[in-house]
Ligand binder design. Structure first.
Ligand code: NAP
Length: 476
């Protein structure tokens, strides 16, 4: 029997779908799962793809079934489980075999695992996979980090299974060690911001304009035909249109307003903070999920504080306001994506990855959760100016910001005056307003720091005097 081109460990939701995708694209694949019953079940359900699948009950059998140098995808629960699995696998591997962690790893773990194998003859790839279950089965976006040599060994298989935007496969080698998982983390951070901004716009339509779920769904469906066309806009329209089979009311109205999180949004915000890059959209989105989870506290606070004592939202021209909401959402997205790309640019320098920004935007155009036509515009902007300091100063995005920031300002201020929370949208407005202002207000902060801590400051006139005349205030 011919040897398998690749192996996969972990036949959970993602692993089983990825394995079927790999088999369907004509690649012979060996599969193994910690619990052998799952392997049997997977094989029994593989249908016409059985011929391409080699089910294995032992690690020995599994390793022997793969053509060396063996690429082995590990698609299991992130964290300690991956270290355990790697330890169990390692004694059975040979020189140049490649362990590929395809879960949602923290890129710091990926760096550690990569380093640990450095002189062992084995190699490690950290691979971000986006698109959920559906993406894994029919075409995910794949972000690869590892040596270029190990990428060459897996390039053909990964290209065959990746999503395609027009004819371009949404997979790329992005750099050494943690590059792929870092980019996947920021992808998820941007996803958090995008989802939060959609939720804020939904809140204004629901609580401000008192629209029903169906009506709001129709607005998102309409927006999905324009510049906001994206997977997240599309599914928002679909979830708003769905009815609860039990009560018959809109499904979305029956869902508790408590959002979960697994860590990648938080990691994005932490890494941005570590490098001193503002990622206020992602931070606001992570904080909003945390506040959402405090349901009991929020209920108690509403009883004590009440809702803000402000007039209900009234708009003279409803259609114009809905147009403003559309543009505000676009502006907010521009802010969040610009920040996410700025975080990646900083990380690229910090870790020596040389991350290719146009390529990252390209491989997010299909297969992943944030896929959108907007990413095609980002691809084009970064292709023309790959080293630009910030997406919002590229010609195309500068004009988009100028065109939409008025709507963002009107929406954020209207919402604030009506007591409706828009932390992520407001963060984008604050970001634009601060970033585009050459003369900011940190001179007063520098003066305060010098006053109480003798920290010194730079002068606008360049004169050689770096402390203020604070007298006895110094070090007080
Ligand atoms: P899942 O359905 O819960 O499956 C978990 C898999 O991990 C099972 O095969 C399980 O084997 C295996 N496993 C758990 N602990 C193990 C250990 N100590 N040693 C060996 N195997 C172990 O998980 P999933 O949703 O497929 O997620 C897998 C990875 O993909 C995670 O890192 C996740 O964050 C990432 N991811 C998920 C999504 C998504 O939409 N679900 C999207 C992108 C990335 P047993 O059958 O023996 O328990």
């Amino acid at each position: 029997m011919a040897q398998a081109e690749i192996g996969l460990i972990g036949l959970g939701v993602m692993g089983s779908n990825l394995a079927l995708n790999i088999a369907e694209k004509g690649n012979r694949i060996a599969v193994f799962n910690r619990t052998a019953a799952r392997t049997k079940e997977f094989y029994a359900e593989a249908g016409a793809l059985k011929d391409q699948v080699v089910p294995c009950e032992t690690i020995e059998e599994f390793v022997a079934a793969i053509r060396p140098p063996r690429p082995i995808i590990i698609m299991i629960q992130a964290g300690a489980a991956v270290d355990q699995q790697m330890e169990l696998l390692r004694p059975h591997l040979e020189k140049n075999d490649i362990m590929i962690d395809a879960g949602n790893a923290n890129f710091r773990d990926t760096m550690r695992r990569f380093d640990a194998l450095k002189d062992s003859g084995l190699t490690f790839i950290g691979m971000g996979v986006s698109g959920g279950e559906e993406g894994a089965r029919h075409g995910p976006s794949i972000m690869v980090g590892g040596t270029e040599e190990s990428w060459k060994r897996v390039e053909k298989v990964l290209t065959s299974i990746a999503a395609k935007y027009k004819d371009d496969p949404c997979v790329a080698w992005l750099g050494e060690n943690g590059a792929g998982h870092f980019v996947k983390t920021i992808h998820n951070g941007i996803e958090y911001a995008d989802m939060q901004m959609i939720a804020e716009i939904y809140g204004i339509l629901r609580d401000g304009l008192k629209m029903s779920a169906d009506e709001i769904g129709a607005v998102f469906a309409e927006w999905n035909k324009g510049r906001l066309e994206s997977y997240l806009t599309e599914i928002t329209a679909k979830v708003l249109a769905a009815a609860d089979p039990i009560s018959g009311t809109p499904m979305v109205d029956m869902i508790l307003d408590k959002a979960g999180q697994k860590g990648t949004g938080k990691w994005s915000a932490i890494e941005a903070q570590n490098m001193g890059v503002p990622a206020t959209g992602i931070e606001a989105a992570v904080a909003a999920r945390s506040i959402s989870s405090m349901k009991g506290e929020r209920e108690a606070a509403e009883t004590i504080l009440g809702l803000p004592d402000v007039p209900e939202l009234k708009v003279a021209d409803r259609a114009a306001f809905i147009k403003d909401l559309e543009n505000a959402l676009l502006a907010g997205k521009i802010g969040a994506y610009a920040q996410g790309f700025a975080v990646m640019a900083a990380a690229s320098k910090e870790y020596g990855w040389n991350l290719p920004m146009p390529t990252i935007a390209k491989i997010w155009r299909a297969g992943c959760i944030i896929r959108s036509q907007f990413l095609d515009e980002i691809t084009s902007a970064f292709t023309k100016a790959p080293d630009v300091a910030n997406l919002i100063v590229t010609p195309a995005f500068a004009s988009m910001v100028k065109e939409t920031d008025g709507a963002l300002r009107r929406v954020v201020s209207t919402a604030a005056l009506s007591g409706l929370p828009t932390p992520a949208l407001a963060s984008a407005l604050g970001y634009f307003d601060s970033y585009r202002r050459a003369r900011g207000t940190a001179n007063i902060i520098q003066a305060q720091r010098d006053f109480f801590g003798a920290h010194g400051f730079d002068r606008v006139d360049g004169a050689d005097s770096h402390h203020g005349p604070w007298g006895s205030g110094l070090n007080a």
